[in-house]
Design a protein around this ligand. Structure first.
Ligand code: ADP
Ligand code: MG
Length: 255
């Protein structure tokens, strides 16, 4: 459904952010992408989103070449990207309004997704009146309300405290288990990647490339207690080893 073929990115000035990369994402996949800082994870996601153009290679979504942003791809970033002058409900309705959907229908859809992320009753609040976790839940509801083919998430829980982050993981996982949305999820948290991912892709230090692509065989529905099972620990040990070398390389501690 999403095909990344030979996609690389060299920025003007000569920084090679990403080497020629192949990634094939199937419908309903939840791909977690792990990699050291600066290895090109955001660049890859931004190119899939159509916010940056690849220097080489092609990206196709359902057979169509990605040439710019579109409603078929929903983005959630780390920093809060809600419109501060709009209420929670208006934020979630935003894309639907752009599509020209009648107001009653916009509201019905927005309310449904706000209920899914546990924000019923907060429709009239403004972003600044919400905690960080609630703002990210609003951003998630906004992305889902547009019914994208694929959800692109760039360290969406990176700015949240540990407990809120775990809560958000469970929430997103539950929504994924209900809706089976296709997700590309960038994180630097190994537990988060295994807990939610159906595959974990590890990227090498910059210039990034895909170092390994490991399936997560744990069945759904998943429960947080899975994080303490031997199977989880085994997978975590393997991924820790894979990523450690790359973090050391990124820090210049390995050749
Ligand atoms: P990650 O998200 O994995 O931390 P990025 O994709 O943000 O990494 O960045 C990859 C590399 O590309 C980094 O070295 C970064 O400094 C560089 N880079 C990112 N965006 C730009 C840009 N607009 N212009 C020049 N270099 C950039
Ligand atoms: Mg990044």
């Amino acid at each position: 459904m999403l095909d990344v073929k030979g996609v690389g990115k060299t920025f003007t000035g000569g920084t090679v952010a990403l080497q020629a990369t192949d990634l094939s994402v199937q419908e309903n996949d939840f791909i977690a992408i792990l990699g050291p800082s600066g290895c090109g994870k955001s660049t890859l996601l931004r190119m899939v989103a159509g916010l940056d153009a690849p220097s080489g290679g092609t990206i196709t979504l359902d057979g169509k070449t990605v040439a710019g942003p579109g409603a078929d791809r929903g983005m959630v970033f780390q920093s809060y990207t809600l419109f501060p002058w709009l209420t929670v409900l208006e934020n979630v309705c935003f894309g639907l309004r752009e599509k020209g959907m009648p107001l009653a229908q916009q509201r019905e859809i927005a309310q449904r997704f706000l209920a899914k992320v546990g924000l019923k009753g907060f429709e009239k609040h403004y972003p600044k009146q919400l905690s960080g976790g609630m703002q990210q839940r609003t951003a998630l509801a906004r992305a889902l309300a547009n019914n994208p083919r694929i959800l692109l998430m760039d360290e969406p829980f990176g700015a949240l405290d540990h407990q809120t982050r775990e809560l958000m993981q469970e929430l997103l996982l539950g929504i994924w288990e209900d809706e089976r949305k296709t997700v590309l999820f960038v994180t630097h948290d190994i537990d988060e990647a295994i807990f939610m991912g159906s595959r974990v892709v590890v990227m090498s230090a910059r210039p990034g490339r895909i170092k390994c692509d490991i399936p997560v065989p744990m069945p759904h529905p998943r429960h947080y207690s899975m994080k303490t099972t031997p199977a989880f620990a085994e997978l975590k040990a393997r991924l820790t080893e894979e990523i450690r070398t790359e973090v050391q390389r990124a820090a210049g501690l390995l050749p």
